[in-house]
Design a protein around this ligand. Structure first.
Ligand code: ADP
Ligand code: DP6
Ligand code: CO
Length: 320
């Protein structure tokens, strides 16, 4: 069998930052995200009894595959399958740039590999599986808005779709630097947990913010959605900055965009900034304000992308 799946990236409005259990990828807090239409990963998996090892090709380049193999081990164990697999993947999103390539990557791999191994998993089961590859991938199983419940253990930590909001949400992505990040999210996350004196404050505040975000989305209160989004990101980056050694993903242009967003709001444009583990800024806004947001970033005209809500992870092709 050969199975191809497509998964879209998601950007967290309420961030996930910190693992309680690194092996199972259980997070300290719940998180809330928007899956995006314009960024995605296509992954093809073929389990084959003739192979003597897993192979992995990303964007045409053969790669060492320890993480992919460890993930396939979970699928093999679940399916009671004893074969290696050929994995081919194409990212329609910059890899490791803080635009959530690991989210679309492991959501696509979870669906393609589990199906190819003969499993028929529910969305909840797929979300739990994708979580083991990359935490943020648990949310990319779903289209639109999703919440990843932090849960208590492997069985109870999964994402699910939130009701569709009436708000026409858009993300204007400002590509400050599409290159790979200097430090992986995984490594920096562990260091923040271990050394940031602000980490416990982050956890307490962010868990509460996740609950408030669900309410703000349900009541279509964009101002509150935006405030909570910007605060979750700013507080995450504050906790990171306070780690030892001190570190920040911010680049000079990153800060320039944050200031531009503050100016937009002062002018009445509904716009809020959010950043992940990288220097790129995503501006959360509403469809009617997209052109005003773009016009307020004259220095970045050739580095703007506009994304809207994207679909759930799906199988593109299955062949015998
Ligand atoms: P990002 O901000 O892009 O999510 P991460 O540091 O979280 O960055 O994850 C990047 C890592 O995810 C890459 O180094 C690679 O190991 C893995 N990855 C990215 N794309 C794929 C893919 N299509 N298939 C498998 N693994 C991938
Ligand atoms: C800042 O899901 O990439 O984007 O679980 O170690 O693979 P691992 O980390 P990852 O971390 C994402 C962090 C974030 C916030 C978020 O997406 O919620
Ligand atoms: Co990631």
């Amino acid at each position: 069998m050969t199975t191809t799946a497509r998964a879209h990236t998601n950007i967290a409005l309420i961030k996930y930052w910190g693992k309680r259990n690194a092996n199972l990828i259980l997070p300290y807090t719940s998180s809330v995200s928007l899956t995006l239409d314009d960024f995605y990963t296509d992954t093809t998996v073929a389990f084959d009894s003739d192979l003597t090892a897993d192979t992995f090709v990303l964007d045409g380049n053969p790669q060492p595959a320890p993480k992919v193999s460890a993930f396939l081990d979970l699928v093999r164990a679940q399916a009671k399958l004893n074969q290696f697999a050929r994995v081919t993947s194409v990212n329609h999103v910059p890899t490791a740039a803080g635009l959530a390539s690991s989210a679309s990557a492991y959501a696509a791999l979870a669906l393609a590999a589990s199906r190819d191994a003969g499993l028929s998993l529910s969305s909840l089961e797929l979300s739990r599986l994708a979580r083991r590859g990359s935490g943020s991938a648990s949310r990319s199983i779903f289209g639109g808005l999703a919440i990843w419940h932090r849960g208590e253990d492997d069985l109870t930590s999964f994402a699910e779709a939130l009701p569709e909001t009436r708000l026409p949400l858009r993300m204007v992505v400002v590509m400050v630097d599409a290159g790979p990040k200097p430090v992986s999210s995984r490594q920096l996350m562990a260091n923040t947990v271990a050394t940031s004196p602000y980490f416990s404050a982050w956890v307490e505040n962010n868990e509460q913010a996740a609950g408030e975000m669900v309410n703000a989305l349900a009541t279509a209160d964009f101002t509150r959605v935006g405030e909570l989004t910007e605060q979750s990101s700013a507080r995450m980056h504050a906790a990171i900055f306070a780690s030892a050694p001190a570190f920040t993903y911010f680049q000079p242009a990153t800060l320039q965009v944050w200031h531009a967003v503050q100016t937009m709001r002062a002018q009445g444009i509904p716009a809020y900034a959010t950043m992940d583990a990288g220097p790129n800024v995503k501006i959360l806004t509403l469809a009617p304000a997209v052109e005003a947001v773009k016009a307020a970033l004259p220095e970045f005209q050739d580095r703007l992308l506009v994304a809207g809500p994207g679909p759930a992870t799906k199988v593109l092709e299955e062949a015998r």
